[in-house]
Design a protein around this ligand. Structure first.
Ligand SMILES: *[C@@H]1O[C@H](CO)[C@@H](O)[C@H](O)[C@H]1NC(C)=O
Ligand SMILES: *[C@@H]1O[C@H](CO)[C@@H](O)[C@H](O)[C@H]1NC(C)=O
Ligand SMILES: *[C@@H]1O[C@H](CO)[C@@H](O)[C@H](O)[C@H]1NC(C)=O
Length: 225
């Protein structure tokens, strides 16, 4: 089910979460792990009446993914990161979740033209709902970004903190990203409000984030107020 297109999964999350939000007069905290962190951000952008206080993005590829991981080899045995764009940036490819946030720095224009999810969510490809989506996301009180260098799946790992590769595969941090500088979906606004928190934690592998006590104590619990 996790391979289904992300906008389909967003609707599933909406059906599950809308009644919970409706029954929470004081609002809720939303924690999205891995791909779920992207799904949750898309839910927040497209949900005008959400009442999320802290949105915690745990090891999520928020700026996309570009890397040869075991997962990729299992999913697309005949592809590598250098040629997956041929499949991902087609209507067929966009029917698979990972292609929705595949962000090949060597095929930027194709990404911008073809990504039906991340390029829209980041407002990298212009669309009429962008300003509404930004307003919706900005209803949150805080955005907490958590990731780390030993993740092993999120590539580059800085994607979990809104960093990403430039055209030379050098990682540029969040504040050097166009989406931040142009505040396309609200990231810069959130930081200016003091609403942006986060942790880069070494020594945590991708499948350990959600059961790692020190990460919870240090990076998550302080935001559950
Ligand atoms: C992207 O779309 C534009 C406008 O349709 C087109 O001119 C351009 O060739 C496309 N670029 C790529 C790399 O597909
Ligand atoms: C996008 O905008 C249209 C027209 O304003 C609106 O009907 C639609 O619900 C919006 N969709 C999302 C996902 O925000
Ligand atoms: C990539 O490296 C080349 C050669 O060193 C340089 O000319 C170019 O400006 C770099 N591009 C980026 C986006 O940093």
């Amino acid at each position: 089910a996790s391979l289904r297109p992300l906008w389909v999964q967003v609707e599933g999350f909406r059906r599950a979460l809308a009644p919970i939000m409706a029954n929470a007069a004081d609002g809720v905290h939303l924690l999205g792990y891995s791909q779920g962190g992207l799904i949750c951000r898309a839910l927040l952008a497209t949900m005008p009446d959400h009442n999320v206080r802290s949105f915690i993005s745990l090891a999520a590829p928020q700026m996309g993914q570009y890397g040869d991981t075991d997962y990729l080899k299992w999913l697309f045995p005949r592809h590598m990161k250098s040629n997956l764009y041929r499949l991902c940036y087609t209507p067929l490819g966009q029917g698979v979740s990972i292609c929705n946030y595949w962000n090949d720095p060597h095929h930027r224009e194709l990404y911008l033209n073809s990504s039906d999810f991340l390029a829209l969510l980041n407002d990298e490809r212009l669309h009429p709902n962008a300003s509404d989506w930004k307003q919706n996301l900005l209803r949150i009180q805080s955005l907490v970004l958590i990731g780390g260098p030993d993740d092993g799946v999120i590539t580059p790992w800085q994607s979990s903190l809104f960093g990403f590769y430039d055209a030379n595969e050098t990682v540029r941090e969040m504040r050097a990203q166009a989406v931040y500088l142009q505040d396309t979906f609200g990231l810069k606004t959130l930081e200016a409000r003091g609403a942006l928190g986060g942790c880069a934690v070494p020594g945590v592998g991708h499948t350990a984030w959600h059961s790692h006590r020190p990460v919870y104590e240090r990076c998550i619990r302080p935001w559950l107020t």
